[in-house]
Design a protein around this ligand. Structure first.
Ligand code: DGY
Length: 323
């Protein structure tokens, strides 16, 4: 008789072959849903489950943990983990992992693309063409801002921030300034010519600001109306971190009033809802939280979460533990 496998729940539809890999080690229950399950349904599906494969949207809090006493491991396929109450997990002996590193370059590519698109008005230009408004080439038709040789400001200089800095400094000849709680080691700063500045200096000096700071309650509205007021009216702002770090209403007001040239946003407060004032702005490029969405990277994220889950089930060391 073969020993019983631990039961796990895969809380999102993922790649079937990756689920199969998990099945070799666990009795897998999975959803075919592309939406987060409502908390009561998630709790129901987690009854008797030792582990859960989750994303950055399933809320794993003390109430859920108390209602699912068998749960021992929460393995996220995302790098962001602000949906998980880590302290509550640790207090209950629940191991948690996220999926850093595997998405760094893909996410940085997308952040850079969004910044370029905002600065060079690519969405605005495509709408203009598709709406049949293109009559003539003219000198100031859809003129935007330059990227090369300008000042790139990075808020949050973790792995993704550094990958964006590399693209800016080495690929586009940008001057890099950044703000982070801690300064990078000189060996990391020097090849990029990156300079640590205060948050206010960053906002004042950046021609293109890219936000990559992780979400935490302290980071809520880190970029609010007062912060936006410090920025150059010719500047752009790109957010690929988390909604809630930028005050979306204040950002829309700044964009509409011409106090900021343009924005590129992949994340929103209360997503998938998008603030109606942002939807009404032409000078903003809006994308639905897809910065890490290349096929190889999404597979690597799922693979890493499954590796962590298998490690937790078999008493091994997770590759990327959070507690
Ligand atoms: C992440 O991995 O945190 C991305 O934002 C996808 O949620």
């Amino acid at each position: 008789m073969s020993p019983t496998k631990p039961a796990v729940f895969v809380a999102r539809r993922i790649f079937p072959d990756i689920v199969e890999r998990l099945r070799a080690h666990a009795d897998v229950d999975e959803t075919d849903s592309d939406e987060p399950l409502p908390p009561e349904q998630l709790i129901r599906r987690l009854q008797g489950k030792t582990g859960v494969f989750a994303t950055g949207t399933e809320r794993i809090d003390a109430a859920l943990l108390d209602a699912c006493p068998d749960l021992r491991a929460v393995c996220l396929m995302t790098v962001g983990y602000n949906n998980v109450d880590l302290a509550a997990c640790t207090a209950r002996g629940v191991r948690v992992s996220n999926a850093p590193d595997v998405l760094t370059e893909t996410t940085a590519d997308f952040g850079f693309a969004l910044m370029l698109a905002a600065a060079r008005r690519i969405s605005d230009a495509e709408r203009y063409l598709r709406e049949g408004r293109w009559q003539q080439w003219h000198v100031d038709l859809l003129v935007g801002a330059d990227i090369h040789g300008r000042t790139l400001g990075i808020l949050g200089m973790g792995r993704i921030g550094q990958a964006i800095a590399r693209r800016g400094a080495l690929g586009f000849g940008m001057r890099v300034i950044y703000h982070n709680r801690s300064r990078l080691a000189p060996a990391l700063e020097q090849p990029l010519g990156a300079r640590w500045v205060s948050k206010d200096e960053l906002l004042r000096e950046a021609d293109h600001l890219v936000i990559v700071v992780p979400y935490s309650p302290e980071a809520h509205h880190l970029v609010d109306a007062d912060a936006l007021a410090l920025m150059k009216p010719t500047a752009t702002l790109t957010n690929i971190a988390r909604g809630g770090i930028v005050d979306d209403a204040a950002l829309a007001a700044a964009l509409q009033a011409g106090r900021l040239a343009a924005a590129g946003l992949d994340v929103f407060e209360g997503e998938p809802e998008v603030h109606p004032d942002l939807l009404a702005c032409r000078n903003v490029v809006l994308t639905p939280h897809i910065a890490s969405a290349s096929i190889p990277t999404r597979r690597a994220m799922c693979d890493l979460a499954v590796d962590n889950l298998i490690a937790a089930l078999t008493g091994g060391a997770m590759k990327t533990p959070l507690n």
